[in-house]
Structure formats: C-alpha cells, structure tokens
Design a protein around this ligand. Sequence first.
Ligand code: GLN
Length: 290
Amino acid sequence: MTLKELRKKSRQMLRDGNIDSPEADADLILMHVLELNKTELLTKDFVVPDALSIEVGGYLNRRLSGTPVQYIIGRTEFMSLEFVVNKDVLIPRADTEILVEAVISKLKAVKGPTKVLDIGAGSGCIGLSIANELADASVAELDFSEKALKVAMLNCERLSLKKRAEFICRDIAEVDAETEDWIPSDGFDCVVSNPPYIRTDDMLDLPKEIFEHEPISALDGGEDGLRFYRIITEKAPKLLKDGGILAYEVGYDQAESVAEIMRGGFEDIETVKDLAGIDRVVIGFKSKKD
Ligand code: GLN
C-alpha cells in the first residue's frame, strides 16, 4: 500500500469508529510509525513496507478501543515543546498553558534568578515549560508518584534542563514545610500547581477515555474537589518568600472557592480566563505580614 492510500484508509477507519478527531489522530499515528514530519506526510508518497502498515493497524486499533492517541504514540505537544507521556501521567491540556503563561509573565517581573515549586508535577509540563522559557529560573518538581517523576525526569533531560531542575518524591500532604531540606531557606518565588480537582462523585461521569486511561490519582480532588487547594494553600506561606506567587489551575466552577481559600494568607488575588471564557487560573501573592 502507498502512503497516500494508507493515510486515506487510516482516517476512514477512525471516522467509522466515531473517534473525536479522526484525521488528526490518524496523521499523528502515521507520522510516529513512519517517522515523518507533517510536511513529509503531506508531500511524500512511497510504498509502505507491510510490517509498518501492520504496525499502523495495531495503533489504529488501540485508538479505536479508546486509548488516547497521546498514550499510543507516547508524546504530546505543550507550550510548543514535545513531552513524553505514558499512563502514569496526565496528558497535558491546552488549558494548562494559560497557567504557565500567567506564571511566566509574573516571574518576568521578579528581579534575579527565581525558584519555582511545581506541585503534582506529573509529566513536568508546567515547571519544565517555565524553566525552558525563563533562563534564570530553576524548578523543583514534586510528585507523590515515583513513576510520574520518571516521566518528568525524562522530559527534563530531553529539554536539556537538568542543571536547573530537581525532583522530589513526596506527598504534599505530608511535607513539613519548616524542616525539609529541599525547600530554599529564603523560600520559593512561586508555587504553581494543577492539582487533581474533580469531585469524587463526578469521577464516574468523566468520559470513558479519560476515566479508563488517565491516572485517577491525578484527577480525584476529594469530596468537593478542593482538597488539594486547601492542603497546598495552607502550606504555601511557609514555602514562599514574602510577596511570592501562588498560582493554580482550577476546575470550571472553582475559581471563587479557591480564591476564598487563599484569602487570609494571600492578597491581590486575580483570575485568568481560558479560551472558553471560564476562570481557569487563580493567582495570589503571599501577604507581607505573614
Ligand atoms: N502538572 C501536571 C499537568 O498539569 C499533572 C497535573 C495532575 O496530575 N493533576 O499536566
């Protein structure tokens, strides 16, 4: 079969299987298996060896059975960077780029080198994109999952950020912010997190594709979805410098509740909307009086 024929057939298979974005997913699979970039995929034509057509078929079948395409090809794009992903980490979402951009713009206003703590690092997409953008920022990537941190470390290596990143395998709920030695004595400039924020009762309503494939621990935010905002906000003043930034991604209806949790320890609280006009990011600054 030629590439053009295989491409047509692959797209049709995913269309027939009612996959959400059949054309894009088929193209991602083809580019991955045949090691082509988008331009090559669109312009080249050649006879695809049978072994590779069969491999493409296997990948398409995994997609048809509901596995997200990012897990099938083992990578995704975030902030125009390529991140490795597997089932141990949440697939980075476009909404999270809003959080990263907001943090970058706040950190640009801080003089000198900055230290960022990314809580619930997963693939490392948040902290590593910030470090990639800001040459004098260093980042501590914290996650309770050793398997997730392995993915984050791999991404760090691929982005050549090893000198400016460290990895801490801890459950934030158990971190003693006063004594742990990875916490800089003068505090972090920024604590950023996209914590699990789905209400436990809503977990079963998640699309099957998410519920059956992505890590539950990266999604379940406890009874009211706010468990991790409470835990992190309570510890954050001890992790941050005076005036330090606390920045969260929040669920579609959580911005006001999260801002409320932050009041008291944080001031100048602001929200940033996502592309759908929903308050998606909440940012505050550690009150100087603390
Ligand atoms: N920080 C990672 C991300 O934004 C993981 C978030 C999570 O596991 N809740 O993709």
